[in-house]
Design a protein around this ligand. Structure first.
Ligand code: ASP
Length: 583
């Protein structure tokens, strides 16, 4: 038997008990006549003691050979510590060791296995198994398990059934590139890894399963913007005989359950905001509503003077920065430089200081008088002591720029408290979005999303105006879930493929199975998928999803530990009849 207890188990009431423990050597403190060893496992740390008076010479010299991260087993008696450590649960006791076995020696780890390590990210990823021994990573993985467990508990209690769907499939369009897998048995043919189980969960509804969920890996081959992973986990859900309201209620329930069980936070009903309103007020379809700084549109109160920059702009829009009038000229210049960075892309920024005495001082005083500026203050809800920042240009671009500035300022002003939760539903998304590159419309959510009732006709005349039965769940400025009510009849689905530029042959080749299934009694249905990695990170009060994934990939999509992706040998290529053509 390797152990009678774990290293987190022993307390003062165990004094006098003979125990066997196993674990890793966290630290050795050698005072010559006395040696202490911190023994670690997942459950905690127990202090071992070897001392000249009570321990054999042989055992002392054995203990002196121990190095960091050696795996050892000991036998000994639990004794009360002379100087107790109130910071750890086992801090009142230590083990007077009578037998020591080294189960495995260890090389000196390339970084310290401590809460605050000296290892850089790339090094820690290369030795992720050592990184996982560190408390913060270990705790995050345990936290993730708890969240997943609560999801399963809640959804099972609500009558959802967890069903697995295949990974070797055909393309499911979620807007990214597919990862493909060549088939040896079907030469020249390829599977695609699922971007999501979308079509399968719809088929499960046609199969009568009524309420489905799955905690499932999805694969999307996209350029990795900050904090994305090529494989990630969804809580994927689908329900039959539902309308949008049913889905919103069901998954508001799940989110409230998680916030309560995991964070001890009770949240009242989630606010709902249309996509149009979110874009107008926050320049963003995933607004962080925990703080104000709402956009004030200023076209009407700016475009009557000789200031051409504003006069030529499609949108002039500002926000009031609380207390921003205290910024020095230099601070403001830096802010202007910040919005002009290529990542943000504004051409410039106009600002107005709102003085405590109710007067204004702006960077465009040449064009606008106090009366004008007072109107800007009203539109942006600015108070004396604030700073109004104004951007102008093409509507979509300028909204994105001001939204970036709003988030940056909120960060600087400490308005984004990770312990505070501000969920909301964003609803009524456009069905289609215009893609500048390919010069055509794409499904904003995915091609299986239904238009709002009565809007189908608009598709022919004003496709950009059509709203979808689609919704996102937003938490603290992050989209944590998104879904839609689906199309469930063949004609509408075929029409949708047509609008999206599929020929009937292409639609049949790619999605014939779904169109066919719609002819065998498809119930009305809809669903949602949550990004589990992001949800866990936010509930855990952090922003980086990598910290909650046991074996994440880096920004180039590499697993630096196992060194993947990697070339395959000629035999494998030949078996698959593949020839490389690398330029
Ligand atoms: N399959 C969708 C996604 O991955 C979610 C859904 O519509 O249920 O975003």
């Amino acid at each position: 038997m390797y152990r009678t207890h774990t290293n987190g188990a022993l307390r003062i009431e165990h004094v006098g008990t003979e125990v066997t423990l196993s674990g890793w050597v966290q630290k050795v403190r050698d005072k010559g006549f006395m040696i202490w060893v911190d023994l670690r496992d997942r459950y905690g740390i127990t202090q071992l003691i070897f001392d000249e008076d009570r321990t054999s010479k042989e055992l002392i010299s054995q203990a002196k050979m121990l190095g960091r991260e050696f795996v050892i087993q000991i036998k000994g008696i639990v004794i009360e510590r002379a100087s107790k450590n109130p910071n750890i649960p086992t801090g009142e006791v230590e083990i007077l060791v009578s037998e020591l076995t080294v189960l495995n020696e260890a090389l000196l780890p390339p970084f310290t296995i401590e809460d605050d390590t000296d290892g850089g990210e790339e090094l820690r990823m290369k030795y992720r198994y050592l990184d996982i021994r560190r408390n913060p990573v270990k705790e995050n993985l345990i936290f993730r398990h708890k969240v997943a467990q609560e999801v399963r508990n809640y959804l099972s209690k609500e009558g959802f059934i967890e069903i697995e769907t295949p990974y070797l499939i055909k393309s499911t369009p979620e807007g990214a590139r597919d990862f493909v897998v060549p088939s040896r048995m079907n030469q020249g043919q390829f599977y695609a890894l699922p971007q999501s189980p979308q079509t399968f969960k719809q088929l499960l509804m046609i199969g009568g399963m009524d309420k489905y969920f799955q905690i499932v890996k999805c694969f999307r081959d996209e350029d990795l913007r900050a904090d994305r992973q090529p494989e990630f986990t969804q809580i994927d859900c689908e329900m039959a005989f539902v309308e949008q309201e049913d889905i919103l209620n069901a998954f508001e329930g799940l989110t409230c359950h998680l916030l309560k069980e995991i964070n001890g936070v009770e949240v009242a009903e989630f606010p709902r905001m249309t996509y149009d309103e979110a874009m107008k007020k926050y320049g963003n379809d995933k607004p962080d509503i925990r703080f104000g700084m709402e956009f004030g549109e200023l076209n009407e109160v700016t475009q009557h003077k000789e200031f051409n920059v504003f006069n030529q702009a499609e949108l002039v829009v500002g926000i009031a920065v609380p207390g921003g009038n205290s910024y020095s000229r230099k601070d403001i210049d830096k802010l202007v430089d910040w919005v002009k960075r290529p990542q943000v892309g504004a051409l410039g920024m106009v600002y107005v200081r709102c003085n405590e005495d109710g007067t204004f001082k702006s960077s465009v005083d040449k064009f606008y008088d106090q009366e004008d500026l007072a109107k800007w203050a009203t539109e942006t809800d600015a108070n004396p002591g604030d700073l109004i920042c104004v951007l102008s240009g093409q509507t979509n671009k300028v909204r994105a720029q001001l939204s970036a500035l709003r988030m940056e300022l909120a960060e600087r002003l400490d308005l984004r408290n990770p312990k505070e939760f501000g969920p909301l539903w964003v609803i009524d998304f456009p069905l289609l979005e215009w893609d500048e590159d390919t010069e055509r419309y794409h499904a904003m959510h995915h091609p299986f999303t239904s238009p709002k009732p009565g809007q189908l006709e608009l598709l022919a005349t004003n496709p950009g105006e059509v709203k979808a039965n689609a919704y996102d769940l937003v938490l603290n400025g992050n989209e944590i879930g998104g879904g839609s009510i689906r199309i469930h009849d063949k004609e509408t689905q075929a029409l949708m493929f047509d609008y999206l530029g599929f020929t009937p042959e292409e639609a049949k080749a790619q999605f014939g199975f779904l169109l066919n299934a719609f002819e065998y009694g498809a119930p009305p249905h809809g669903g949602i998928a949550f990004g589990l990695d992001r949800l866990v990170a936010i509930l855990g009060g952090q922003e980086t999803i990598r910290d909650f994934i046991a074996f994440p990939k880096n920004n180039s999509g590499r697993d630096v530990m196992i060194d993947a992706p990697a070339p395959i040998d000629q035999v494998q290529l030949d078996e698959l009849s593949l020839k490389l053509n690398i330029k």
